[in-house]
Design a binder for this molecule. Structure first.
Ligand SMILES: N[C@@H](CCC(=O)N[C@@H](CS)C(=O)NCC(=O)O)C(=O)O
Length: 338
């Protein structure tokens, strides 16, 4: 079986290094049904910290919604703009997360391990009673939601990582991670022409393959939604807003590939996907935080987002989005902005 977490062996996520390498997540404890790492699955005990700008954190947002974990696992949303102390809770009253009582996510990292050398990243799961970070292992968090948090899933929750399809899901996710999810970052943060070109080519080579795969099947693996679709979605939904321009992945836009565009709209319009997306947070974060590639910090007004709500006609391909289950209730906050 391929490596489902897909972490690269070493390197760091410092943007601006000659070769962009994503760091291995530093805190890789797992929250499991049997609590073997000391962190048992428990309703109300943990807080998920995200930025709605971040594709890795957005996986966790979608998965939490599809599985109905909202009541069991509360949510803290960071300001899309980090300052020099990184992610902060300036969107909350008084600039503090109301449950954890902290102003910066780094305080939870410090509570776990003072002075650890890695960056402060989202997604992160914090143990509410102790205020300590449990995990920031973005590749593992959603797999554990699907397989370890089952006792707390809503009734009708889909199986996002079905056992009989895991090898195929892992293989598909591997290529998508390397060339697409992380490929756009390698292109965007390249500091050498040939490195950028290699990443750009890999992005579009993989997207072309994925587009072919999705031409006559509704979802990436099997005939239901899986973890693989969540991981592709979080990059596709950002593609025209930030990766096409800001990261120079500009051979074509998502909206110019009829298959991928219809697939992305299909997911976007499925409860649990589009209702987690905040295009304003996405654009603010990328264009204002990465001053190395956008020194003026000007945030573009486009693209026009009105197409996201248009009919996709992918139902004609069949497929059973939630398998034997049911969709989640529409988001009470009605977040979808388009
Ligand atoms: N834990 C993963 C990261 C997920 C990630 O890269 N999140 C970004 C936001 S999209 C982040 O928090 N970056 C800040 C940092 O790594 O210091 C890593 O170490 O690379």
């Amino acid at each position: 079986m391929s490596n489902p977490t897909g972490s690269e062996p070493d390197g760091n996520a410092a943007y601006g290094h000659t070769t962009f390498k994503r760091s291995r997540s530093h805190f890789a404890d797992r929250i499991t049904a049997d609590g073997r790492d000391g962190w048992p699955v428990e309703a109300g005990r943990y807080r998920l910290v995200v930025s709605r700008a971040c594709p890795w954190a957005s996986r966790a947002l979608v998965s939490r919604r599809l599985l109905g974990l909202e009541d069991a696992l509360s949510l803290a949303v960071a300001d899309p703009i980090q300052d020099d102390r990184s992610w902060r809770f300036t969107l909350d009253e008084g600039g503090r997360d109301p449950v954890l009582g902290i102003a910066y996510l780094s305080e939870a990292y410090d509570a776990r391990e003072r002075g650890y050398p890695g960056g402060v990243s989202v997604p992160a799961i914090v143990d509410v009673p102790s205020g300590k970070l449990v995990t920031n292992d973005f590749q593992r968090i959603t797999l554990d939601f699907a397989t370890e948090w089952t006792a707390l899933h809503r009734s009708g929750a889909p199986d996002l990582y079905p056992e009989r399809l895991r090898d195929e899901i892992d293989e598909v996710m591997d290529g998508i991670y390397r060339d697409v999810n992380n490929g756009v970052y390698r292109a965007g943060f390249a500091t050498e022409q040939d490195e950028y070109e290699a990443a750009y080519r890999a992005v579009f080579r993989r997207l072309d393959l994925v587009s072919e795969r999705l031409a006559d099947r509704r979802y990436l693996v099997g005939d239901t939604l899986t973890e693989a679709d969540i991981r592709l979605f979080t990059t596709l939904v950002r593609f025209d807003a930030v990766y096409h321009g800001h990261f120079k992945c500009n051979r074509s836009k998502l909206t110019e590939d009829p298959v991928l565009w219809a697939y992305a709209r299909d997911l976007f319009q499925t409860p649990g996907f589009g209702d987690t997306v905040d295009f304003d947070h996405i654009k603010q974060h990328y264009y204002r935080v990465h001053t190395g590639i956008n020194p003026t910090g000007i945030v573009p007004l486009g693209p026009d987002l009105s197409g996201w709500g248009t009919p996709h006609r992918r139902e004609q391909l069949g497929g059973r989005p939630f398998g034997d289950g049911t969709p989640p209730e529409p988001s009470p906050s009605g977040r979808t902005r388009v």
